[in-house]
Design a protein. Structure first.
Length: 348
């Protein structure tokens, strides 16, 4: 097998993209095989690559690519979390699929339709510009048919009280793209975006404890990758500041799925992102998100159906992805084409 490595701007690390057709389907054998792949990746100097994407031509007629995300955890080569997705890795997958011939190479105006097997999400990656090794894209997270925004609340309520050690912490638990724990300035212990971005180990540890409390609420592993967590605070007219935790530290920007979830949550009255958007004067689905690594514009498109607000799609634009090359996740002795083996077996 041949793996492909690509990096989407704003991601905490590159993604290793692999052909799913070369891997077992059942999770036990799959994870055993991925452990060997990751061990070889570490030996090759790729220990920092903690995102793995398994892709193949879609078996569904409405999609081009089936995608499965594997989050490698930093505390062991055999540790993985299969629960969520990664928008940055989807971008890498579309790029790698075009370079490997699994999909036609994408050009300006082309769209790749992706089915996320982890959670059933439907994505469209539209290429805006491209050259030999890079592409600039807009990603659309579709809901067909549109879903009530209230249905995105993991606990059916805009705010949830968590018991974090001996303290009560108010959070919003929302799932769109990925499950997220959103925390406001007061419960994060910061007063504004400057203090949020300057926060060090103390703030990081506090967010980890809040995230672990939320994970226990759903009986998820406290040391896993999900749910994600982010602090959101208003940051002047039309802008929200956000800072998120990822594996294994601060996210350099905000996950693409985090931007999607924040944009969706800003459409749900009384959630913490909605309150931040209200205070920033940006209610209506268009949110500018400021992070330590730059800014991102998110547009959540809603409609009124049966007297309730429904989410149709969320778009995140101006995302750049770069193809870095290929990687052999197993010994080259395995790369003998069938025809070559048959030739060797012929009598003299």
């Amino acid at each position: 097998m041949i793996g492909h490595i690509a990096y989407a701007s704003g991601a905490p690390c590159p993604t290793l993209v692999l052909d799913a057709q070369q891997f077992p389907r059942d999770s036990g054998p799959l994870l055993k095989t991925l452990t060997e792949v990751r061990r070889r990746l570490v030996l090759a100097g790729g220990a920092h690559i903690l995102k793995i994407a398994l892709i193949e031509p879609s078996s569904h007629p409405l999609f081009d690519l089936d995608y499965r995300f594997i989050q490698a955890l930093p505390d062991g080569v055999g540790r993985f979390d299969l629960r969520g997705s990664c928008g940055h890795s989807v971008l890498c997958s579309v790029m790698a699929a075009g370079r490997s011939g699994m999909l036609p190479r994408q050009g300006p105006g082309d769209r790749a339709r992706v089915r996320v097997l982890n959670n059933g999400d439907h994505l469209v990656c539209e290429t805006e510009e491209t050259d030999r090794d890079t592409a600039r894209c807009t990603m659309y997270f579709l809901h067909t048919p549109p879903v009530p925004v209230s249905g995105l609340l993991l606990r059916g309520e805009p705010q949830t009280i968590l018991d974090v050690e001996d303290e009560k912490v108010t959070v919003s638990l929302v799932s769109s793209g990925n499950p997220y724990v959103f925390v406001g300035a007061r419960d994060a212990g910061v007063s504004d975006s400057a203090e949020l971005f300057a926060g060090g180990p103390g703030l990081f540890d506090r967010l980890q404890r809040i995230r672990e409390a939320a994970a226990r609420l759903f009986d998820w592993p406290a040391d896993g990758a999900f749910p994600k967590i982010a602090v959101v605070v208003p940051d002047g007219p039309g802008r929200i500041a956000a800072r998120a935790v990822t594996v294994p530290g601060w996210h350099p920007t905000l996950a693409l799925t985090g931007a999607v979830c924040l944009g969706a949550a800003s459409c749900i009255p009384e959630t913490i992102p909605w309150l931040a958007a209200r205070d920033a004067g940006s209610l209506g689905g268009q949110v500018n998100i400021l992070t330590t690594g730059g800014s991102t514009a998110v547009t959540a498109t809603t409609r009124i159906g049966d007297g309730r607000t429904e989410l149709a799609w969320v778009a995140v634009g101006n995302k750049t992805v770069r193809f870095h090359g290929s990687f052999f996740p197993e010994s080259l002795t395995y790369f003998q084409p069938r025809e070559f083996g048959e030739c060797l077996s012929l009598p003299a």
